[in-house]
Design a protein around this ligand. Sequence first.
Ligand code: SAH
Ligand code: SF4
Ligand code: F3S
Length: 453
Amino acid sequence: MAKKLCIKTYGCQMNVYDSGRMADLLAPLGYATTEDAAEADLVILNTCHIREKAGEKVYSDVGRLRNLRAERVAAGGAPLTIAVAGCTAQAEGEEIMRRAPAVDLVVGPQAYHRLPELIARAHRSKGEALDTEFPAESKFDHLPQQSRVEGTAAFLTIQEGCDKFCTFCVVPYTRGAETSRPVAAVLAEAAHLARLGAQEITLLGQNVNAYHGEAPDGGAPWSLGRLAHALADVPGIARIRYTTSHPRDMDDELIAAHGTLPALMPFLHLPVQSGSDRILEAMNRRHTAADYRRLVERLRQARPDLALSSDFIVGFPGESEKEFQATLDLAAEIGFAQAYSFKYSPRPGTPASMMADSLSEEVKSERLARLQAVIADGQRRFNDSCIGRTMPVLFDRPGRHEGQLIGRSPYMQAVHAEVPAALSGRILDVTIESAHPNSLGGRLAADPAEAAA
Ligand code: SAH
Ligand code: SF4
Ligand code: F3S
């Protein structure tokens, strides 16, 4: 009988990618996916551990699933297997098993390929199904190919783990040491995704620009810049993005690629975290605010229409008002097209969690609000600056109104325009006429008949 699998995904794009791969892995075992936990035989919580709120989420979710299971069993229904995967699983696997006995199995991000065996083990005897090893074999060699692409965009993990050890961050502990997938494996997966309809590929890695994958000919490892050039030659792949980058790993080859490789989209997520050198040092980011400004300048020289997004943390231990002001200044000066900002959250086991001078929630909230106002202003300015420009838009979804399609600009903005449905899946030049907080509106630069030619 067909079984149903429900995966709830939290955290970053890497978890989204992993959830897809887990679904593909379990499909041959008879699991069809569902969005509704109530009708599932197996629920996988793919967790994120990055901030405290994210890490605690798993316990409330498990509580709800436990009740669901109890109700169902009482009504004579099928049992429900509860699995916890992802970064919280890796960081707190044993604690989860202890604190939440309703959980049947725990699997860390590097052990997903062993899921079928773990499920069988959990069904045989509870309490033995915990796998948070960092196995010597790579999960990528044991996972089936992706089975589908939604729309025209796909994620492709090329690098995992992190050796940077920023003092606030759990990722080096939850995802392990930095590893890169071989070039040949990446190119094969990209070609496969293109055959499934992907035109736009986002390369993923916790430190994606530290990529140094084994060369196809056994020569020196390839950098991300070189890989991007090879990916642009894969038939069907029109657009390449990558995330997340570390400023320290932005090498000359990659910067140059932004100028010479049209397929490389002019939108870059480049987290800076803070504009204060003292805080950057305490965070172990190993660059200064001036380094970051210079890097942005070089990128804009290579690609003048490059737009940037970033991540910020406010209220790092000991952050003074003046130091926070430096962050505001940097955010205003660079003018990010978009950015994420977070209140610092102390994470167990990280060096920053041991630092004194923690700030009150009030101060953190107040700083976050001020920073978010600057970021929102930058985003509005950027969207406004698009009015009057003509840019290529990849259309792949129906719009809200009849005759409309929605697509993505090079800068990841949603763009709606009057476009015949038959042109869905095409990249068309659009002249932007209106800007909204989270989207743009425009009209086809050429008449649709011409555009279709
Ligand atoms: N690998 C990426 C991002 C990792 S997590 C990078 O190096 O940029 C995504 C973002 O979460 C980080 O950029 C940071 O801004 C934020 N973050 C990480 N740890 C945090 C913590 N302890 N408290 C608050 N924000 C945090
Ligand atoms: Fe975390 Fe820093 Fe590594 Fe990014 S670079 S994953 S913030 S340790
Ligand atoms: Fe969260 Fe893990 Fe991603 S901690 S942000 S799911 S790498």
